[in-house]
Design a protein around this ligand. Structure first.
Ligand code: UD1
Ligand code: CA
Length: 448
């Protein structure tokens, strides 16, 4: 069966109180709407879904990412009107269309699949997803007749008191036979209460003409959470965090306190790695096996080898080989590459630099735009003075050099193999291999 989806995301998000479209807000490290689109892809839609956005929503477009089509709803006249704008893109292209909302990021791919399968197996015209909620506030209620057939969905604003007490609600996922959909959408009329055109009125249309309406019941009410407010956003974040953390624990990662570890959706972690509390793993971070990460670590787009330790540090856009030790209190910035067994200690900052195997920088200092060889010792307080106020300059430190405490390396500059700098030197000129320099400005010992 061929199908695709329409994802509605053109509303004003009044309750969210944001300058940015609600669906562009991050949730577990991805824009909210990406969760919906990923789940639809995983469920196997035949052609790219159509996202309906508002006319002033480039942010929503960016949030949705590649491999989607966009339709623009010129004015937010309701969910029923929004779906109409996908017609020019989708008419006649698939057998069935799933319609859902960009603010439903917790629906699982299996649920979308189950809806498609039920819809097909029963030969339905319209299939909708429902759930029983202890507190149905804010959701459309499902009204059934005495034989349990669905009659209509009543929105909260229109619901009579006895209808408000109904616990079965509309989750906001519909599968509709394509040729039936477009004329039905055209027949929807604005709600007398709110003036909006409700997508949910499709159900009453179908029921009234005797078309077959089926329901799929959600077992797990968590999936039904629609994100209307920041409080819902935090709730969804908590639910997604629990899903992600459980998954990694089942993959062999130890989370010392899973309530206090924040792992982004796209992060990958090797088995036997132990993550301590208050650790944030973000972006495209990859971590190898048997590492110890945290407590209090922030890893953003970091690539970490096997058997590494990263304690109470910030690592962003940096690549660490195996057996590297970082922290506590280090800051590795984009473009940092540390080879095997490098040690970086407290208050060390490294940016756009390559550091060779077994090199040690145990104490505070700064390396920027540097290429450092193997087995180098970088003393406390070493600074690459890489910026002259206009341009950045490189520093090269060759294998087995020994940089004395408080050395200022005024770039561009090269320190040769096995060379040494005395404590407090200000190195303004290249140091030949196996030479000791000291003083301000630093001179070789032989010439003093
Ligand atoms: C909607 C359903 C309600 C259901 C609930 C589930 C309708 C009328 N009601 O209510 O039955 O229980 O979701 O979460 O559909 N949108 C547009 N254009 C518009 C208006 C909205 O694209 O003109 C988009 C919004 O961006 C949003 C989605 O449609 O992503 C749903 O709109 P929202 O206002 O959040 O509907 P609810 O009140 O939550
Ligand atoms: Ca909503």
């Amino acid at each position: 069966m061929t199908w695709t989806a329409i994802v509605l995301a053109a509303g004003l998000s009044t309750r969210f109180k944001s300058e940015r479209p609600k669906v562009a807000h991050p949730l577990a490290g991805r824009p909210m709407i990406r969760h919906v689109l990923e789940a639809l892809r995983a469920a196997g839609c035949s052609i790219p879904p159509v996202v309906v956005i508002g006319p002033t929503a480039p942010a929503a477009q960016e949030a949705a990412g590649p491999d989607v089509q966009f339709a623009i709803q010129p004015e937010p006249r309701g969910t029923g009107d929004a779906a109409r704008w996908a017609r020019p893109i989708l008419q006649g292209r698939v057998a069935h269309i799933l319609i859902t909302y960009g603010d439903l990021p917790l629906v699982r791919p299996e649920t979308f699949r189950r809806m498609i399968e039920t819809h097909e197996a029963r030969g339905a015209t319209l299939t909708l997803l429902t759930v029983h909620l202890a507190d149905p506030t804010g959701y459309g209620r499902i009204v059934r007749d005495s034989e349990e057939r669905v009659l209509r969905i009543v929105e909260e604003a229109e619901a009579r008191p006895e209808e408000r007490r109904l616990s079965e609600v509309n989750v906001g996922v519909y599968v509709v036979r394509e040729p039936w959909l477009w004329p039905a959408l055209s027949r929807l009329r604005p709600s007398p209460v709110k003036g909006e055109i409700y997508l949910t009125d499709l159900v009453a249309l179908a029921a009234a003409e005797g078309a077959q309406v089926e329901t799929v019941l959600l077992e797990d009410p968590e999936e039904a959470l629609g994100i209307n407010t920041r409080a819902h956003l935090a709730e969804a974040e908590r639910i997604l965090r629990r899903r992600i953390n459980t998954r990694w624990m089942l993959e062999g990662v130890t989370l010392v306190d899973p309530e206090r570890v924040y792992i982004g959706t796209d992060v990958i972690i090797g088995p036997d790695t132990v993550i301590y509390p208050d650790t944030y793993l973000e972006g495209q971070t990859r971590i190898g096996r048997r590492c110890r990460i945290g407590p209090n670590a922030i890893l953003r787009d970091a690539v970490i080898g096997d058997d590494c330790v990263v304690e109470a540090s910030v690592v962003e856009g940096a690549t660490l080989a195996d057996r590297v030790h970082v922290g506590p209190f280090a800051h590795l910035r984009p473009g940092t590459r540390l080879a095997e067994e490098v040690h970086v200690g407290n208050f060390a900052e490294i940016k756009n630099s390559t550091v060779g195997p077994r090199t040690r920088m145990h104490h505070f200092g700064y390396l920027g735009d540097a290429t450092v060889g193997a087995n180098v010792n970088i003393g406390a307080g070493t600074v690459t003075c890489n910026y002259d106020g206009v341009r950045k300059h490189p520093t090269i430190i060759e294998d087995e050099a020994f940089i004395g405490s408080d050395t200022m390396l005024v770039a561009p500059v090269r320190v040769g193999r096995k060379a040494k700098t005395g404590a407090g030197s200000v190195v303004t000129r290249d140091v030949p291999p196996e030479t000791l320099v000291y003083g301000v400005p630093a001179r070789p010992r032989s010439s003093s």
